[in-house]
Design a protein around this ligand. Structure first.
Ligand code: HSE
Length: 429
């Protein structure tokens, strides 16, 4: 029997408690282990969560869990940096294993947490921290351990994916789609983390560290969110055969790694383009296995609870579970590529006057910076007025792209700041 205490009785805490109580028999049949929920700490222990909690389990006192010698595994589900960090460190120093869904904390302060766990010979499970119910941590730590990971592409923020899907399918505006995601319980307490790409970057830092054996490198990730995307760009991308997704990208390129989060155009024919709504997907390419794809629910009470309980079972089975982060101090410090040095294809939307010679001035500057055009479409006709002029490029260097756009935006025939989106997929011949 393994005794479990949960801190935080919100969405994921409720899902976790429900699984422990309602699926306890199934888990015991499969593993021979009885998981016993001994304590749940929350400020609010009155609200009905629709589960039968045994008498004496609910408490407002965090020490009832953290300092209870009978509890083997502490599950931290309050999120955020503090007091979550102090609670986790106290549990580890008390010799308890910890399971957490706290990607923000692990991505930014994971070093101290994993070192404390190693010092106390206990484990930190964090399957629920990345992509909710998809067992991607297990995939990276175990299933693909034989591979050099070449690249990872993830749709790992359900809120952003939900918003982009709504904007694409029903033309709903950004803020209405965000409100709907919040009502459904997908968004973080502070939704800025979702829509500005920060939550995605937290999860990417964890996956990249496990995949490439590098230290947690959240502060080196280039992060752009979805707040400035317009329905117009989503529509033009669609006409060109692309979907726009908020992607987490990690690539190993010539002994360096690229770590970036930004809206990305992906060919509609790619499987990952069809990942809509709150669903998440992670596409991992390994040198031995080739392409693999993992798909499922990345948020919500039961999917995330499923991941939490899988960590508890691992700990219960083996007495401990490798976090995969034990050797964090000895890791290879691969250089993270500066964003200016990355190469990509690009979509540009110029707002240019509809007048002879304008395209040649724009393409002349692109040429000066070594940016080769793959396709050009002028949207609409309004002689003398500004119209959208859409350009797709071949591979170009980001530093050149930024310099060229700065120069182009200063032209008297360009009426507004140029929008640009990076494009993945096969390069046009
Ligand atoms: N806010 C996150 C999301 C929840 O939208 O995916 C899971 O981390």
């Amino acid at each position: 029997m393994v005794n479990v205490g949960i801190i935080g009785f919100g969405t994921v805490g409720t899902g976790t408690a429900r699984i422990l109580i309602e699926n306890g028999d199934v888990i015991e049949e499969k593993t021979g282990i009885r998981l016993n929920l001994l304590g749940i700490v929350d400020r609010d222990i009155e609200r009905d969560r629709g589960i039968d909690i045994p008498h004496g389990v609910l408490t407002r006192e965090v020490s009832d869990v953290l300092d209870n010698p009978d509890i083997d595994v502490v599950v931290e589900l309050i999120g955020g940096i503090q007091p979550a960090k102090d609670f986790i460190l106290r549990a580890l120093n008390n010799g308890k294993h910890v399971v957490t869904a706290n990607k923000a904390l692990l991505a930014t302060e994971g070093g101290e947490i994993f070192e404390t766990a190693a010092r106390n010979s206990v484990s930190v499970g964090f399957e629920a921290a990345v992509a909710g119910g998809i067992p991607i941590i297990k995939v990276l730590k175990e299933g693909l351990v034989a591979n050099k990971v070449l690249s990872i592409y993830g749709i790992i923020n359900g809120t952003s994916n939900f918003i982009l899907t709504k904007m694409t399918e029903s033309g709903m505006d950004f803020s209405d789609a965000l409100s709907e995601a919040q009502v459904l319980g997908y968004a973080e307490a502070n939704p800025a983390l979702d829509i500005e790409g920060v939550d995605t970057a937290h999860k990417l830092a964890i996956m990249a560290s496990l995949s490439f054996g590098i230290p947690l490198s959240y502060d080196k990730i280039h992060i752009e969110g979805i707040t400035t995307l317009t329905p117009q760009d989503i529509e033009f991308a669609g006409e060109l055969g692309y979907k726009i997704k908020l992607l987490a990208i990690a690539k190993s390129v010539n002994g360096e790694v690229e770590l970036r989060v930004h809206p990305t155009m992906i060919p509609e024919s790619y499987l990952i383009s069809k990942v809509d709504g709150v669903l998440n997907a992670v596409y991992v390419v390994g040198d031995a296995v080739g392409e693999t794809l993992y798909y499922g629910r990345g948020a919500g009470d039961m999917p995330t609870g499923s991941a939490v309980v899988s960590d508890i079972v691992d700990i219960a089975r083996d007495g401990t579970v490798s976090s995969g982060m034990e050797y964090i101090g000895k890791r290879r410090d691969l250089k993270v590529k500066a964003m200016g040095d990355i190469e990509s294809m690009y979509y540009f939307r110029f707002t240019a006057l509809d007048r002879p010679g304008v395209l040649s001035r724009i393409s002349g500057i692109l040429g000066d910076y070594n940016i080769s055009i793959a396709a050009v479409i002028q949207k609409g006709r309004q002689v003398g007025a500004a119209v959208p002029l859409v350009v797709l490029t071949h591979r170009a260097r980001e530093r050149d792209v930024r310099a060229a756009l700065q120069e182009i935006d200063r032209l008297d025939v360009v009426a507004d700041r140029t929008a640009f989106i990076r494009v993945e997929g096969e390069e046009a011949p």
